[in-house]
Design a protein around this ligand. Structure first.
Ligand code: MG
Ligand code: MG
Length: 262
């Protein structure tokens, strides 16, 4: 299996065989099950540390490796980001969920040599209607992006679909962090920005697998990294949402490997 298609940064995009895509579906289904399991545990008083332990135990039972733990020194299995935290929040015994919070949970595993990666943002009890709208628009923008995962389209088509939906609803997309190809590496070419950077992007072909992950802010698109070296927060401290799916390009259109409830 070889590919001539290169990302706009010149890196080669790895094409996966059908067998490899099936393994990636297995990996991503374990991620999906974990996120569903965690969703059922979200309530006021639960710490992000508790959630991390649940995910780790589940990985042990399924005999897969949590992908983020130790990745460039990241200390947790989950990335857990609350309210104005955008991504890469570190699980902590001190971080207790409160009613009205939103929590983004980003999770990945390594299973039989391949990675799965998916994220959801979950409300803790009843949240402000505007925050609910942020969650809806972010989830919808991911789905709009996935609709563009068609052989012959370009990465730019995904970016435009996500950005167009988000901005038409008055929210902003984070530019400093982007989606990515995924396979035997957690992060592979190509980068998948949630904003348009011109047409000169890779053309999609069957066998590519993409982790599409809009990060959407209620206010400014600007973000900063906290002193822990990981946690990304919005510059204006307004809330942010994050949804992610790993999606294979097939001859029959997009195949969402991390689809929940299968
Ligand atoms: Mg992720
Ligand atoms: Mg990802």
């Amino acid at each position: 299996m070889s590919s001539s298609e290169k990302a706009s940064d010149g890196r080669r995009i790895v094409i996966k065989s059908l067998d490899e895509i099936m393994i990636m579906q297995e990996a991503n289904q374990i991620v999906a099950e974990t996120l569903t399991l965690l969703k059922g545990q979200i309530e006021p008083g639960v710490t992000t540390w508790d959630l991390d332990k649940i995910a780790e135990d589940f990985c042990n039972r399924k005999k897969v490796i949590p992908a983020f733990k130790g990745y460039r020194g990241f200390p947790g299995s989950l990335c857990v980001s609350i309210n104005e935290e955008v991504v890469h929040g570190i699980p902590s015994r001190k971080k207790k969920l409160k009613k009205g919070d939103i929590i983004s949970i980003d999770f990945g595993v390594l299973c039989r040599g391949f990675f799965g990666d998916s994220a959801v943002t979950i409300p803790v009890g009843k949240v402000d209607p505007e925050v609910n709208r942020l969650l809806d628009v972010t989830r919808e923008s991911l789905n709009k992006g996935i609709t563009q995962v068609v052989a012959g389209n370009r990465i730019a088509d995904i970016s435009k679909a996500v950005q167009g939906h988000v901005e038409s609803h008055g929210f902003s997309v984070v530019k400093q962090f982007v989606g990515h190809g995924i396979g035997s590496q957690l992060h592979e070419a190509p980068e998948i920005p949630n904003f348009y950077q011109g047409e000169r992007t890779a053309r999609l072909q069957a066998g590519m697998v993409l982790a599409i992950e809009p990060m959407v802010n209620m206010g400014t698109h600007k973000v900063k990294v906290l002193r822990d070296g990981w946690t990304v927060i919005t510059y204006d401290k307004k809330p942010s949402a994050h949804f992610e799916h790993s999606v294979a390009v097939t001859e029959d259109g997009p195949l969402i490997l991390s689809l929940r409830g299968k």
